[in-house]
Design a protein around this ligand. Structure first.
Ligand code: NAD
Length: 472
């Protein structure tokens, strides 16, 4: 006979077995229950990391690059599964790009001024602990890209990732920590919370240990960080126009535009979002796009599509006019699936939806982040530029051109005044993909750092020695 005491012992054992079974799930390094715990852990790690020299930091970055290459496919699949956005193959490419082309410590430069009165050095020093907010559109890529640049500059990093991409973002934080440990560094130098919210973001932003803030996302988060009273880098929204003039190689332009517009299903903030073309080459351009996986819809189908991909935003005040905004359910989805919503059964080769529209049409004016490209015909080159500048909405983010006329290149670049201006290539050439130049997933237009890298996350410090050490 088993008595009550024995039964209670058995129950306790079973429960503790269950506990240890659940705790046997591998713990992610740097991922905490609360933001306060994450800050505390990052502070402790920073006390050690602060004394690391460039070589030690570079060894850590080498390990991050290695693990990012090795786990690119895992993260790409995880991101698509979790966010339901984007394209696995393109996300794999994005991870390899981050691993290969995000600058490390070589980006930091010391300036020396030597003369009759001695030697002055201006060095790029760490800020301390940086609080970074990351988007759902490029979740793990942004975490890894920011980590490489911020650690190269000698900082610790706290992340408050987008809640809809928390699984893959925390995976990336763990990956960075595994790399740091493999290189003999302190764990938790990059830290985050398992469940990011507006509250955890608030705690991070206002904590005295956090000396610099970096926002990669839409206008809401950039505005919030810029009004925090701390040094902040804002990488905000875009609505990149692409212009095609009648000197361009039209067949190449058609392919390049569809390649750029459909990359990761149009999630990149730099991707072509609307096209302005000179009338005399418009038909040829559209035919070229159709040959490259674009499906042309008519005016009635455009109206039907508006009802699918746009929704009415609730008015914030009784005086506010109703406004249509993007339906987030369709952001980053496949063109074929979007077309099915308006009763079109497209083939597997279809990767983009194109349509001819007026300048004022919603697809031109709204940053859809879907493989939908509205095309507006213009009579002159001057008109394409005028419309492109208006459609960019002063974001000063990205703009693209297909032309062989250098005067056109100059005139458009001056008028649109964007951080990135790509000519005769898909938009992704602007972040170093199949082009010269380093990459970033934090393009800071509003605050002017541009294509951010390690040096963006530093503060300038001057070291002066008077009347000495000038050896000439
Ligand atoms: P989002 O703005 O919805 O979210 C970005 C992050 O900010 C998330 O972590 C979110 O939780 C947080 N957030 C949003 N509003 C906030 C607020 N008021 N206070 C505090 N936190 C807030 O962006 P998303 O949908 O993930 O990404 C798409 C947007 O980001 C697009 O507009 C795109 O152009 C932009 N983006 C820009 C860059 C760039 O480098 N400039 C890069 C990627 C994405």
């Amino acid at each position: 006979m088993i008595d009550e005491r024995q039964i209670s012992e058995i129950v306790k054992k079973v429960i503790s077995g269950m506990d240890s079974a659940s705790s046997s799930k591998p713990k992610q390094i740097g991922v905490f229950g609360t933001m306060e715990e994450a800050i505390d852990a990052c502070n402790k790690a920073y006390a050690v990391f602060r004394n690391y020299n460039k070589e030690q930091r570079e060894n850590i970055i080498k390990e991050i690059r290695k693990l990012t290459h090795a786990e690119a496919e895992t993260m790409a699949k995880m991101a698509v599964e979790e966010t339901k956005m984007g394209n696995v193959y393109h996300k794999i490419l994005k991870h390899h790009l981050v691993a290969d082309k995000t600058p490390g410590t070589e980006d930091l430069e010391t300036r020396a001024l030597s003369g009759d009165r001695g030697l002055t050095l201006v060095e790029m020093a760490p800020y301390g602990i940086i609080g970074a907010i990351t988007p759902s559109t490029n979740p793990s890529c942004t975490v890894i890209c920011n980590s490489i640049g911020m650690l190269a500059a000698g900082n610790g990093v706290l992340f408050n990732p987008h809640p809809h991409a928390k699984r893959v973002s925390t995976y990336a934080v763990d990956l960075v920590n595994r790399a740091v440990l493999a290189a003999g560094g302190p764990e938790n130098i990059v830290a985050t919370v398992a469940n990011p919210t507006m509250d955890t973001s608030n705690t991070m932003v206002h904590h005295p240990s956090v000396k610099m803030l970096v926002a990669t996302g839409g206008p809401g988060v950039v505005k919030m960080l810029l009004s925090s009273g701390k040094k902040a880098i804002g990488a905000g929204a875009g609505n990149p126009p692409v212009v095609v003039d009648d000197t361009a190689d039209i067949q190449k332009a058609a392919k390049d535009i569809i390649d750029g517009c459909t990359f990761d299903n149009n999630l990149p903030c730099i991707a072509e979002k609307e096209c302005f073309v000179m009338n005399n080459v418009a038909d040829e351009l559209i035919r070229g796009m159709q040959k490259n996986g674009a499906y042309l819809i008519n005016a009635a189908q455009v109206r039907a599509l508006e009802d699918v991909v746009l929704v009415e935003a609730p008015a914030k005040s009784p005086s506010e006019k109703p406004k249509r905004v993007i339906n987030k359910n369709w952001v980053g989805r496949d063109a074929k699936k979007i077309l099915a919503q308006i009763g079109i059964d497209a083939g597997d080769d279809i990767r983009c939806i194109i349509c001819e529209t007026e300048f004022s049409q919603a697809f031109v004016q709204t940053e859809l982040m879907m493989p939908i490209l509205p095309i507006v015909r213009c009579d002159t080159f001057e008109e394409t530029v005028e419309m492109a500048v208006k459609a960019e909405h002063g974001n000063r983010h990205s703009a693209h051109l297909h032309s062989k006329n250098v005067d056109h290149m100059t005139a458009y670049a001056k008028a649109v005044c964007t951080t990135i201006f790509v000519k005769n290539a898909p938009s992704y050439a602007g972040i170093g993909f199949n082009s010269e130049g380093h990459t970033t997933f934090t393009i800071a237009g509003p605050t002017g750092e541009g294509i951010t890298s390690a040096r963006s996350f530093t503060r300038q410090r001057r070291c002066v020695l008077v009347d000495n050490l000038s050896i000439i």
